[in-house]
Design a protein around this ligand. Structure first.
Ligand SMILES: N=c1c2ncn([C@@H]3O[C@H](COP(=O)(O)OP(=O)(O)OP(=O)(O)O)[C@@H](O)[C@H]3O)c2ncn1[C@@H]1O[C@H](COP(=O)(O)O)[C@@H](O)[C@H]1O
Length: 108
């Protein structure tokens, strides 16, 4: 099955932002602006939560994909790149064990 690379999807989203294309949903979101994009991210996140609670929901993957796309649109709108997210995640490597030392976390 073909796969969509998330970095390439981001590049395409950015291309739509910089070169608006009539009829493109991505262009529609950028035209509507930040509040619309935030609303969509919120809706899609809620749909992921609902689908995840239902073991037999066939739409779970679809909802996660929708959320990933809308988060990338939000990142492009705010000028944040996948590289920055990867760097942030990389900076956390090796920190996991520290959570066991935290006395404020109960029932770990
Ligand atoms: N990955 C996506 C993608 N995921 C979800 N969606 C759109 O997100 C919308 C989510 O559906 P909803 O029912 O929640 O929203 P809606 O009722 O259509 O629209 P709203 O009025 O609620 O905003 C659908 O219209 C989907 O088409 C996407 N639209 C585009 N892409 C990719 O973005 C790239 C650029 O595509 P264009 O937007 O067509 O230029 C391409 O690689 C596309 O495959």
């Amino acid at each position: 099955m073909a796969e969509q690379n998330l970095d390439e999807l981001y590049d395409l989203i950015l291309k739509r932002k910089n070169n608006p294309e009539k009829g493109s949903y991505t262009d529609y979101l950028f035209t509507k602006g930040l509040d619309k994009i935030l609303k969509k991210v919120g809706e899609e996140a809620t749909e992921v939560v609902v689908a995840a609670k239902n073991d037999s929901d066939p739409d779970f993957i679809l909802e996660v994909a929708d959320l990933a796309y809308h988060v990338e649109v939000l990142m492009a709108e705010r000028g944040i790149t996948p590289k920055q997210i990867k760097e942030e995640l990389a900076s956390r490597e090796g920190r996991q064990s520290r959570i066991h030392d935290r006395k404020d976390i109960k029932n770990w």
